[in-house]
Design a protein around this ligand. Structure first.
Ligand SMILES: O=C(O)CCC(=O)C(=O)O
Ligand SMILES: [Fe+2]
Length: 280
């Protein structure tokens, strides 16, 4: 299977080779130019550092409007599916992360507008070297008060495609105690530690050094793009819960995802870019 083969490819030159091979199969599309607000994205930083900060992207009013639209949606714990579904004000005590369902999130115009922002899509296109595919759209609460970090709260590489990146938008203020996203600068292009597993802080610091570790501490509404093939984690929050909106862009669909595109009102979003989340 293509997905499991892709995950086995560790050497940088091999992954780069397959990126070029995949790019050739992807339709070349002129992406819409004026969708959404203007954002300045630093050329090439995503490639060199593995992340690029976009700054304040959403206002408090825009966030409140999004929050209003999701109040009735149910959440689930992706690592404790047996807990079933619950509202965000009734999260069971064991839960570390409470995700909304992709099909609910995909129906919100304000979120699709962010995912389809022209400047973001074009920056992602530059990074991927091809027309992006929105391969996931996600929103979740990270819950404080847990003893131990688990799953994505431990350092790891995402190995979802030969090349991909994720847009993060904080919907709550994030201080050091509120579970910031943590990224190891330069690790996306480093050949080191390519075995797929969760790594301890100690293992990461030993190889990349303390200075390479970046904590994204910023107010609600802030956004950044990250190449999560590089090492990252969501720090276990101690104080407040964190709400994050995330869009994943890749060359191909993610092999293990079960896509169920939803019917959505007439729109001007690019059909190819959105084909996994929106019905034609
Ligand atoms: O919660 C976070 O900041 C990181 C989660 C993560 O590992 C991911 O989005 O790939
Ligand atoms: Fe991850």
């Amino acid at each position: 299977m293509g997905f499991y083969f892709m995950r086995m490819i560790k050497a940088k030159y091999m992954r780069d080779f397959f990126v070029q091979k995949e790019i050739k199969k992807i339709p070349k599309i002129d992406l819409p130019k004026n969708n959404g607000k203007l954002v300045l994205i630093k050329n090439n930083e995503l490639n060199t550092k593995g992340y690029t900060e976009i700054g304040l992207f959403l206002s408090s009013e825009e966030i409140d409007n999004i929050l209003k639209k999701i109040t009735e949606f149910k959440c689930f714990d992706p690592f404790r599916k047996d807990l079933g579904e619950f509202k965000s004000n009734e999260i069971p005590a064991q839960v570390h992360v409470a995700n909304y369902r992709r099909k609910d999130i995909s129906g919100i115009k304000e979120l699709l507008d962010i995912a389809n922002n022209s400047d973001i899509l074009n920056a992602v296109k530059d990074f991927l070297g091809a027309t992006p595919t929105i391969s996931n759209i996600n929103m979740w609460w990270s819950i404080p008060g847990k003893e131990q970090a688990e799953q994505a709260q431990l350092f790891h590489r995402d190995v979802d495609d030969y090349k991909f990146c994720k847009l993060f938008v904080y919907l709550t203020d994030v201080e050091m105690e509120d579970g910031p996203h943590v990224y190891v600068e330069g690790s996306s292009s480093s050949p080191k530690l390519r075995k797929i597993k969760r790594y301890s802080d100690k293992e990461i610091i030993k190889v990349f050094g303390e200075k390479a570790i970046k904590h994204f501490i910023s107010p609600k509404g802030s956004a950044f793009l990250v190449d999560t093939y590089g090492f990252h984690k969501g720090l276990l929050p101690k104080q407040n819960k964190r709400l994050l909106f995330q869009v994943q862009y890749s060359l191909n669909p993610i092999g293990i995802e079960n896509y169920e595109p939803i019917a959505f009102e007439t729109h001007n979003y690019n059909k190819y870019v959105n084909r996994l989340i929106l019905k034609k």
